[in-house]
Design a protein around this ligand. Structure first.
Ligand SMILES: C[S@@+](CC[C@H](N)C(=O)[O-])C[C@H]1O[C@@H](n2cnc3c(N)ncnc32)[C@H](O)[C@@H]1O
Length: 792
């Protein structure tokens, strides 16, 4: 029926339709479901059209109409005009304007610069009194031909760096490969990520419904069904959020969106001309692509990392006797250059709204001062500063359960320890879907106010480089002296670049040996300090041209870079030691906001035992340690656990204990020791925070959490919406109960396999999803983080 009407360009909404279809099996009437499916199809068609428009809007080019004609009003005058309106020389890459046309075009360095230009020009006086400036994204047709010609010329580039013998696949541009959303306006990125979490929360409802028998079906699942059928009848298209498993408060924007990463993993390889380059892979080996691209245009890579990659490239190209590793023949020495950065003081950019920018410009002022919190106070940090909501998307939507929304808002706010109801107007779905419960203050900002302007970030104080090399490279295998010379000279090149970038900078270098085909090394791959200088020639005359004695500056640089082999970063008013292979979140400002939410939702107190499952270097547990009785963290990477123990000591924290091991091995015994019947922690005193890797939590961990009745509150952080669905559904589904096979013969779980879709038997109370929040830790990529609070 409605399926045929769904355009293929809307896979997300296709999933929505699948969801609606799955509910056909649940008990809603067929008419209701058909109405919902038709509504979904209409939304899909609209979304597809909008997506097409947005892609067009997302570039770095701008057309301005209404400019003066004649005289010397050519491209130079147009450029001067842009500069006079506050756009910097750096931001304007190119302008074009024929003096006899009233239209000019400009290309900007980044999408953010282009958005700023559009905002500034929309609010400024035109150069000719009485004229009206019309601003359009993209190139005017009058000029597009010239631009297309240039693009055609660019396409003739040879495409090397692909697997020999096969037809050369075209490697995508480096930005498309590593930050594929770099041209998508930031508000649109947030909208899409928020939608991704909407879909995940819908899918949790469906999954729990699928796993539970009629009488054991949780109340919140029944409520979602009721909302869904109500919404489908009342509001076309509202099915997309009516069946969320809990309210979604919005998405926390990243405080920093340009060059925000504190860690960059560069591949040493060959560029499209087969020249050595340290940068990002432009595709995957499976697709036949091995070619590396220059990282300097990628929006998320830090300036320090770009400079170190350039220094490593220059060294390998111009000086090194060793080749970069080539996966095609598995030969070569240099494989990876991993750069990590730390700062003595943390920082948090404070976002400005697009209307503030416009108002300031309309008043003739320069854009509002860009705030940056230097060493922000964690306890008083308000994560709502970064909350983005989507109020306008419900325009025309009738309240479905306004009273329930208000109640949910109040409940959620109380849970978070907030004075203001957080779900007021911005939250989507769950109990509160459809309710325009707006009154007074709306927390966070509407997505239409999201602006990409941000201040410069402070430079790092410490830098760590891990050079991954191939010890099987024949020239390296046979000549340890040349290995020492190469590693030391490379270190000197990196040291010079780091020092030139930031003056006094603590650079520390380590060498990782790895022989596998892919650069992903196991956690226990040998990690070495820099080798000593090769023995000097016995007599001064012994030094040949090929083997001169080591220059003094190399010796000095290596001595300086032989430091501790880890760095420190500041986060949430604490200091963290980070080893080369330990996990640490890559976007420190956004992580700070995320951890504040996690801490608030955990609502831990002086009698709480806090379990930090998958704790990395101990970050989440340590940021909460001062509020709780005890922290126990567990992580599978031993170096991360060593860091966590050091980090506790570094911050004077004495109530934290860290266990090295897989959570599935360690957690059951941690729980029986610390949270069993004889433990000093009463029911509800044990709070768990889980922040698993992309694969999610192991089922043994899920079982252990379900089986520990003292855990009544669980904060789940996920970087993979698909696994979030599976893990949360498992935690929120009722136990298997043979006597509950009262399906009335429907047998929809496959021949009476029945309710044990969860696979967990025993007597436990499932958790209930209470509230959720999306968090953008990775601007310009499709990745999105979600936080969920579960209770029972
Ligand atoms: C997404 S990170 C979160 C780390 C930490 N919570 C943070 O915010 O920095 C996931 C962590 O899970 C750890 N990990 C992966 N598999 C694990 C397992 N089976 N058991 C315990 N920890 C695991 C990784 O080493 C990594 O530190």
């Amino acid at each position: 029926m409605a399926e045929a009407a769904v355009p293929s360009a809307a896979p997300a909404l296709r999933r929505e339709l699948e969801f609606v279809k799955s509910l056909l099996k649940t008990g809603c009437s067929v008419d209701e479901m058909v109405a919902a499916a038709n509504a979904a199809a209409r939304v899909a068609a609209r979304a597809a059209a909008e997506t097409g428009r947005e892609v067009q809007k997302g570039g770095t080019e701008l057309t301005v109409r209404g400019l003066p004609v004649g005289g010397d009003w050519d491209w130079r005058a147009f450029k001067r005009f842009l500069q006079s309106r506050g756009l910097s020389q750096r931001a304007i890459k190119f302008t074009d304007k024929d003096a006899e046309l009233d239209v000019g075009v400009a290309r900007f360095a980044t999408v953010a610069d282009c958005s700023l230009a559009a905002d500034l020009l929309a609010a400024c006086e035109p150069p000719e009194p009485g004229a009206t400036l019309v601003i359009e994204r993209g190139l005017a047709p009058e000029y597009a031909k010239r631009s297309r010609k240039r693009a055609r010329e660019g396409e003739e580039e040879p495409q090397a760096g692909s697997i020999r013998g096969a037809k050369a696949p075209r490697a995508p541009d480096v930005c498309a490969a590593v930050c594929p959303w770099w041209q998508v306006p930031y508000p649109k990125q947030l909208t899409d990520k928020h939608q991704r979490i909407v879909e995940a929360l819908n899918a949790i409802t469906v999954e729990v419904d699928r796993r539970a028998y009629g009488s054991s079906k949780p109340e919140w699942v029944r409520a979602a069904h009721a909302r869904l059928s109500g919404a489908a009848a009342a509001v076309p298209g509202s099915a997309s959020s009516a069946s969320l498993c809990c309210p979604l408060l919005g998405i926390l924007r990243s405080p920093a969106i340009e060059r925000y990463r504190n860690k960059s993993e560069f591949t040493a390889g060959l560029d499209e001309h087969e020249k050595p380059l340290v940068g990002f892979l432009r595709g995957s080996f499976q697709d036949g692509i091995t070619c590396v691209g220059n990282p300097d245009a990628t929006r998320h890579t830090s300036l320090m990392a770009v400079k170190l990659a350039a220094a490593a490239t220059a060294y390998i190209r111009d000086v090194s006797q060793f080749a970069p590793y080539d996966k095609r023949n598995q030969n070569g020495y240099w494989r990876l250059v991993l750069v990590r950065e730390g700062r003595r003081k943390s920082f948090l950019p404070v976002p400005v709204t697009s209307s503030a920018v416009k108002a300031a410009v309309a008043d003739g002022a320069s854009p509002p001062a860009l705030g940056i919190l230097d060493s922000p106070t964690f306890a008083t940090l308000d994560p709502l500063t970064y909350l983005v909501t989507f109020g306008e998307r419900r325009e025309g939507a009738k309240p479905v359960a306004a009273a329930a929304a208000a109640a949910a808002a109040a409940e959620t706010s109380a849970d978070m320890g907030l004075d203001e109801p957080m779900v007021e107007a911005g939250a989507t779905g769950g109990e509160g879907e459809g309710g325009s419960v707006s009154s007074g203050h709306q927390p966070g900002m509407d997505v239409s106010e999201v602006c990409e302007v941000e201040p410069e970030h402070p430079l790092p104080d410490e830098v760590m480089v891990m050079l991954q090399v191939n010890p099987e490279y024949p020239p390296a295998k046979t000549d340890p002296n040349s290995v020492a010379r190469e590693l030391r000279a490379m270190t000197a090149a990196l040291h010079a670049a780091a020092t030139a970038a930031v003056g006094e900078c603590l650079l520390t270098v380590r060498v990782q040996l790895h022989t596998g085909v892919s650069n992903a090394a196991p956690a226990d791959a040998p990690l070495l300090t820099l080798p000593p200088a090769p023995d000097p020639p016995l007599l001064p005359g012994d030094a040949t041209e090929e083997q001169p004695p080591e220059p003094r500056e190399v010796t000095a640089a290596v001595e300086a870079a032989s430091g501790p082999g880890y760095i420190h970063d500041s986060l949430c008013e604490l200091r963290f030691r980070i080893s080369p292979t330990a996990f640490f979140q890559v976007n420190s400002p956004a992580t700070c906001a995320l951890y504040k939410v996690v801490g608030d939702w955990a609502a831990a107190g002086p009698s709480t035992l806090l379990l930090d499952i998958c704790c990395g270097t101990g970050t989440i547990g340590l940021t909460m340690a001062s509020r709780v009785a005890k922290v126990i963290g567990v992580d599978s990477v031993p170096s991360a656990i060593e860091d966590a123990r050091v980090n506790a000591a570094l911050n004077g924290i004495t109530n934290a204990e860290f266990v090295a091991g897989k959570a599935e091995d360690a957690l059951p015994s941690i729980l029986s020791t610390h949270a069993g019947p004889d433990s000093p922690y009463g029911p509800g005193d044990v709070v768990a925070v889980a922040d698993p890797p992309r694969a999610g939590l192991h089922r043994t961990v899920l079982r252990a959490l379900l089986g520990c009745e003292r855990i009544r509150r669980l904060v789940f952080v996920s970087c993979n919406p698909d696994n979030l669905v599976q893990n949360i559904a498992a935690l929120c589904s009722p136990p298997y109960n043979r006597s509950g096979r009262d399906r009335g013969g429907r047998g929809r779980h496959g021949g009476g396999g029945g309710a044990d879709m969860n696979g967990y038997s025993g007597d436990y109370t499932p958790f209930r999803p209470v509230t959720a929040l999306a968090v953008d830790l990775f601007p310009h990529t499709a990745h999105v983080e979600a936080v969920m609070l579960l209770e029972r």
